[in-house]
Ligand binder design. Structure first.
Ligand code: PLP
Length: 426
C-alpha cells in the first residue's frame, strides 16, 4: 500500500478534522526506546513523543499488560489489587495530603473531573486559565482551552490571564517587577470574573505551560498566583498531564515551585501509550465531593491499565529515569543554548528538563516570531533528516523538543547536529 493511497483512504474513512504532522506525513510501523521506523524501514530519532515516556514498546510495560490481559480485565466496581496499589504508589509520590486517586482514561477526563470536583467543593463556578492554554477537548474542558476556539466564544465564568512568558510576553526579563506585573495581570483577570458575577472554583496551573510556551516561570509567580486564587475562594489544579512522571527532572513539575496543589491531574505518560489518567487530591476534598455525588468510569483504572501504570513507575525507578532526565535535559539545554549563539533565528531556549523549545524569530531584535509556514518547513526537513519534532507556542513559532525519557546525551548530540544543519540551510 503506497503512502498516498493510505492518505486518501484515511481522509475518506476519518474525515478532514484530523491533522497529520509534517508536510510529508510519516507512516510509522515500529518503535523501540527512543527510535521509530517507518514502512520503508527508515529509522527516526523520536524527539517529540512524551506519551511513550519510558520508551516505545518498553518490554516491561508490554509484559505487565500482556500478563494481566491474559488473567483478568474488569473495572473499578470489583475489588482488584492492581488499582489499589497504583493509587497508593501515586499518592506516595505526591507531597502533603495528596493521596486519594480517581482513575480515568485521558487528560481531558482528568481535567473535567478535577473541575467538577473544584466546583462542587468550592460552590464556585469560575475558572482562571492563560491565553493559548490547552487542557483537553470535552465541552467543559475545551472552554478552559483558549488555544482551541475563538475568543468571542468564551463563557462568562472564564477569566483569562497572560501566560508568564518573560521572553516575548508583555512583561519581559527576570527582575521582580516582571513577576509582580504578571501577578497583577492575574489579579485583573480575577477582578473581571467577579464583575461577571463569578468566583473562581480553580486555576488551571500548567507546571510547564506548553501551548503558550514551553514556559517555566519564576517560582514567586506560581506561588503568588496560588495565593491569589485561594484568597478568592478557589482551588489550585496542577495539570501534570505533560509535565508529570519525571519529565522535568522532578516527579511532578509543580515541585520546582515549592507549592502543594489541591488537585493534580495526570495523563499522557501514565500508561506509556495505554490510555490511563488520574485525578489525585486530598482525602478531605475527595470526601466532600463524594458526599454530593459518585463517580464511575468504565475503562479508567481497570486491572490492565493499572498494570501498565505500575510498570511505568517501576521502570522510572529501576532505570533511574528521573536522574537521567536531570542530566540529559541539562546537557540538551546547554547544547541548544550553544546553537542559539550560532543561529540568529533562535531567539530563546525555553522550558526545562526534557520539555524544551526553541523560540524561532524572523528578527532577533524585534523578536518577531518566525512564521508557522517556516516552522512547518523546518519540522518537515528535520523529519527528512530522521529527527521527529513538532511545533508549539502562542504564535506557532516554537520548535518543540520533548523526547521519551530514555533520551541520553548521545541522542541529544544527534538531534542538535541535525537542527544545526537544517537551520544553516534555511
Ligand atoms: C497540558 C495538557 N492537559 C490536558 C491535555 C488533554 O489530554 P488528552 O488528549 O489525553 O485528553 C493535554 C493534551 O495535549 C495537555 O497537553
Amino acid at each position: 500500500m503506497s503512502k498516498d493511497a493510505l492518505l486518501a483512504r484515511r481522509l475518506t474513512a476519518m474525515g478532514p478534522a484530523y491533522k497529520l504532522f509534517y508536510d510529508r506525513p510519516v507512516h510509522l510501523v515500529r518503535g523501540e526506546g527512543v527510535w521509530l521506523w517507518d514502512a520503508d524501514g527508515r529509522r527516526y530519532l523520536d524527539c517529540y513523543n512524551n506519551v511513550v515516556s519510558v520508551g516505545h514498546c518498553h518490554p516491561r510495560v508490554v509484559e505487565a499488560m500482556y500478563r494481566q490481559m491474559q488473567t483478568l480485565n474488569t473495572h473499578t466496581r470489583y475489588l482488584h489489587e492492581n488499582v489499589v496499589r497504583l493509587a497508593e504508589r501515586l499518592g506516595g509520590l505526591m507531597p502533603g495530603d495528596l493521596n486519594t486517586c480517581m482513575f480515568v482514561c485521558t487528560g481531558t477526563e482528568a481535567n473535567d473531573l478535577a473541575m467538577q470536583i473544584a466546583r462542587r467543593v468550592t460552590g464556585n463556578r469560575g475558572a482562571l486559565v492563560t491565553e493559548a492554554s490547552y487542557h483537553g477537548n470535552s465541552l467543559l474542558v475545551k472552554a478552559l482551552s483558549t488555544d482551541a476556539y475563538p475568543a468571542d466564544e468564551r463563557p462568562d465564568w472564564l477569566a483569562v490571564m497572560e501566560p508568564p512568558d518573560a521572553y516575548r510576553g508583555p512583561f519581559r526579563g527576570n527582575d521582580a517587577d516582571v513577576v509582580a506585573n504578571y501577578l497583577a495581570n492575574a489579579g485583573e483577570a480575577l477582578a473581571r470574573l467577579e464583575d461577571a458575577g463569578h468566583r473562581p472554583a480553580a486555576v488551571m496551573l500548567d507546571s510547564v505551560w506548553d501551548a503558550p510556551g514551553p514556559l517555566s516561570p519564576h517560582a514567586d509567580y506560581v506561588r503568588g498566583l496560588c495565593e491569589r486564587v485561594r484568597a478568592a475562594g478557589g482551588l489550585v489544579i496542577a495539570d501534570e498531564v505533560q509535565s508529570g512522571h519525571c519529565r522535568t527532572g522532578d516527579w511532578w513539575g509543580f515541585e520546582a515551585y515549592g507549592i502543594v496543589p489541591d488537585i493534580v491531574t495526570l495523563g499522557k505518560p501514565s500508561g506509556n501509550g495505554h490510555p490511563l489518567a488520574a485525578v489525585v487530591t486530598t482525602p478531605d476534598i475527595a470526601r466532600e465531593f463524594a458526599s454530593r455525588t459518585s463517580y464511575f468510569n468504565t475503562f479508567g483504572g481497570n486491572p490492565v491499565s493499572a498494570a501498565a501504570g505500575l510498570a511505568v513507575l517501576d521502570v522510572i525507578e529501576s532505570e533511574g529515569l528521573r536522574a537521567r532526565v536531570a542530566d540529559s535535559g541539562a546537557y540538551l539545554h546547554s547544547a541548544l543554548e550553544d546553537l542559539a549563539r550560532k543561529h540568529d533565528v533562535i531567539g530563546a531556549v525555553k522550558g526545562r528538563g526534557m520539555f524544551l523549545g526553541l523560540d524561532l524569530v524572523a528578527d532577533h531584535d524585534s523578536r518577531e516570531p518566525l512564521s508557522r509556514e517556516a516552522l512547518g518547513r523546518i519540522t518537515t526537513r528535520l523529519a527528512e533528516e530522521g529527527i521527529l519534532t513538532h511545533i508549539t507556542g502562542r504564535h506557532g513559532n516554537v520548535l518543540k523538543i520533548r523526547p521519551p525519557l530514555p533520551f541520553d546525551r548521545s541522542h541529544a548530540d544527534i538531534a542538535v547536529a541535525a537542527i544545526d544543519q537544517v537551520l544553516a540551510g534555511m
